[in-house]
Write a protein of this length. Structure first.
Length: 341
């Protein structure tokens, strides 16, 4: 009999690092199976029952996972982020869509075989939105989950489509079968804002100008910011992002009225980032050199989101506002990271 397990794809990424640590504390009786195309950091290996170096596009790897483990929960974090997906759109689509489809099929097969629901936690993104220009963005205010869903990037299109795939697997999977299966995919998605981590380096997201600015300042390096000072997006700390995933996972299904939720913490401009970083790193040097093509992408994402449904239905509340995020989490950790012994 296979032991109940938790699967984390993209386990070696920014979210995966913190999620593995938190899950080991809260789900000590579960086996954590980590999957990534790169070997897991040595500091995390002892927290996992098994680390698999493999590709979510490889059906042999997926079949092996299904054969040896019964998954109660799948955290599907593996993805090609926005900037790389724009430069290599076919690769972005293959990984972000075909890879997600493989994992949804794995979850569906196991749910049907065991007669129990398999939770599928999916990190979506504000890239799923698509406002036409900066003027519309300024007028839109806090955007709801059902508004402005015309993404203009491959990454955003992929995320929005995968939300719809999740809806299908949750509510309509093989709906013409004479006998419906007892188990189903319990799909739950969060549209994350820009995420800021002090522990791991930014990995190419279009919202990464904030964390890139911070890490450059801590190293005494000049940063050429690709958006203007006025560029504004919602952000949150990586610790709050992990908290949100765990909170949504633990919410009783009968309390949830939708499959996709906005969450927010603070909405700030690139200038706000620079000013608070300058307080802690007086020698910080930032040149605002907008890349008009990347700026248009940022302009298509909301300046803020309405997360009232998440607050009402599963108690979402960010732990860190903007100033606390910097003063208590980001600055101390980044200074420690780059202080030479």
């Amino acid at each position: 009999m296979a032991t109940k397990a938790i699967l984390i794809t993209g386990a070696n990424g920014e979210i995966g690092h913190g999620l593995i640590t938190r899950l080991k504390q809260s789900h000590a009786d579960h086996r954590i199976i980590a999957l990534d195309v790169h070997p897991l950091d040595k500091s995390l290996k002892h927290l996992c029952h098994e680390m698999i170096v493999g590709d979510i596009l490889d059906t042999t790897t997926i079949d092996r996972l299904a054969a040896f483990h019964d998954f109660e929960t799948i955290y599907h974090l593996a993805a090609i982020l926005s900037t790389k997906a724009e430069r290599e759109p076919v690769l972005g689509h293959r990984v972000n869509v075909d890879g997600t489809l493989n994992l949804l099929e794995l979850a569906a097969r196991q749910a049907r075989a065991t007669g129990t629901n398999v939770k599928f936690l999916f990190p979506s993104s504000i890239a799923a939105y698509g406002l036409p220009n900066a003027e519309a963005k300024a007028k839109a205010g806090r955007v709801k989950e059902t508004e402005w869903l015309q993404p203009r990037t491959m990454y955003g299109i992929n995320k929005h489509y995968c939300e719809e795939l999740g809806r299908y697997y949750n509510r309509f999977y093989r709906q013409i079968d004479p006998q419906p299966a007892a188990g189903r995919v319990d799909f739950r998605a969060i549209r994350f804002p820009g995420l800021i981590s002090a522990q791991t380096l930014p990995t190419g997201g279009t919202s990464d100008y904030g964390p890139e600015m911070l890490h450059h300042a801590a190293q005494g390096k000049t940063y050429d910011c690709f958006v203007p000072e006025s560029a504004t997006l919602p952000f949150m700390t990586m610790t709050d992002a992990i908290k949100a995933l765990l909170n949504l996972e633990s919410a009783p299904a009968n309390t949830l009225t939708q499959l996709v939720y906005n969450i927010g913490a603070f909405s700030v401009s690139a200038k706000d980032f620079f000013e608070v970083i300058k307080k802690h790193f007086p020698d910080a040097r930032v040149n605002f050199k907008p890349d008009l093509l990347r700026q248009k992408i940022v302009d298509s994402w909301p300046a803020d989101v309405d997360d009232s449904c998440a607050r009402k239905e599963w108690g979402w509340q960010a732990e860190y506002d903007f100033m606390r995020a910097f003063e208590e989490y980001l600055i101390p950790a980044v200074k420690t990271r780059y202080t030479r012994p």
